[in-house]
Ligand binder design. Structure first.
Ligand code: DP6
Length: 330
């Protein structure tokens, strides 16, 4: 079998009903299902070049050698790809993010979805997107969802080997073309990585089991809202799921406080907009920045409102987009 260099781009995604809790930390198997939207433009380009001359995988992230933690995750993905391709050949890997790493904007999601797409292509594997999502999952749980565009469900799965814990598309970006305005807040990397935070919440947060129960009902509610294209219903469930996750984080010991004052100000501003009849709602991952989803006609109003809030350092306007794809000559 001959191997060829391949480049792939994958976008970030933002969960509407979130993933915060694992039943298996090696395979990134979740305790509950989750639902997300994939955002256009922001993401990661990953280039994988297999070479007989390499003794181990070489990895560069944003022009710096990958650290040990990243190499462990990359190793899990690459080992699986090599086993499936039946080869020992290692690869040089280069990854470039268009989102700041480790700021709670899901850069690991786009990074591992892009890596899975580029690596499987470079090693000559032809997989459908559901199979691909399982390989992306080995790098980072949320990467499972970034393989697909549009509205995405990541099934919890029941099997211990993770064979049924995969993502599928619920609706495409064209089916329901919502927009997103990202309010970037705060600087510097977050202190507690998601995986460690999840473990800590599971071990110490008194709300943890209620949170996991909530995810099952919230996912069902998201599916119904998306199927009916019911904006209000999606707004309500998304905000309350986000707040329930942060309540669980806050009650963790020691408390995981990802918010900054501007985070709270943005939440109030978005609530006030919706009360005044504007179709917009917020959600927040494990970081201070806020993603506001809205209807196309509301982008100007939302941007103007968020732009006037102290502590919002930058706004990015984007839309719901497509999933991971090969970049010819990338
Ligand atoms: C708060 O996917 O980054 O963004 O599986 O350990 O890599 P690992 O965690 P990660 O966690 C994402 C958590 C979240 C919620 C979500 O995206 O669903």
């Amino acid at each position: 079998m001959s191997f060829e260099r391949a480049a792939a781009f994958a976008p970030i995604n933002i969960a509407l009903s979130k993933y915060w809790g694992k039943r298996d930390h090696e395979r990134n198997l979740p305790l509950a299902p989750s639902v997300s939207v994939t955002l256009a433009e922001l993401g990661t380009l990953s280039v994988v070049a297999p070479s007989e001359e390499l003794e181990g995988n070489m990895m560069v992230i944003n022009d710096k050698a990958a650290d040990a933690k990243a190499l462990v995750r990359v190793g899990r993905v690459m080992r699986t790809v090599r086993e499936m391709a039946g080869t020992e050949v290692r690869a040089g890997i280069r990854s470039v993010n268009t989102v700041p790493t480790a700021q709670g904007l899901a850069s690991s999601a786009s990074a591992f979805a892009a890596l899975a797409k580029a690596a499987t292509t470079a090693y000559g594997l032809e997989l459908d997107d559901q199979e691909l999502s399982k390989i992306a999952r080995l790098g980072s749980g949320s990467a499972t969802r970034s393989v697909h565009g549009g509205f995405v469900l990541w099934r919890r799965g029941e099997e211990d080997d993770g064979s049924d814990s995969l993502a599928e598309q619920l609706a495409s970006a064209e089916d329901w073309p919502l927009r997103a305005v990202i309010a970037h807040i705060g600087v510097g990397p977050k202190k507690v990585p998601s995986g460690d935070g999840m473990r800590l919440s599971a071990d110490t947060s008194p709300f943890f089991s209620a949170w996991i129960d909530t995810c099952f009902t919230d996912v069902a509610e998201c599916l119904a809202a998306i199927a009916a294209r019911d904006f209000e219903r999606l707004a309500d469930v998304t905000e309350s799921n986000c707040l329930a996750m942060h309540a669980t984080m806050l009650a963790t010991r020691p408390g995981l406080i990802y918010w900054q004052p501007a985070t709270v100000a943005v939440m109030h501003a978005v609530r006030a907009l919706r009360a005044a009849g504007h179709a917009a709602f917020f959600t927040i991952d494990a970081g201070p920045s806020v993603v506001v989803l809205c209807e196309a006609g509301e982008v100007e109003t939302v941007s103007r409102t968020l732009g006037g809030i102290e502590g919002v350092v930058k706004l990015t306007r984007t839309r719901i987009g497509g999933g991971a794809h090969i970049v010819p000559n990338g």
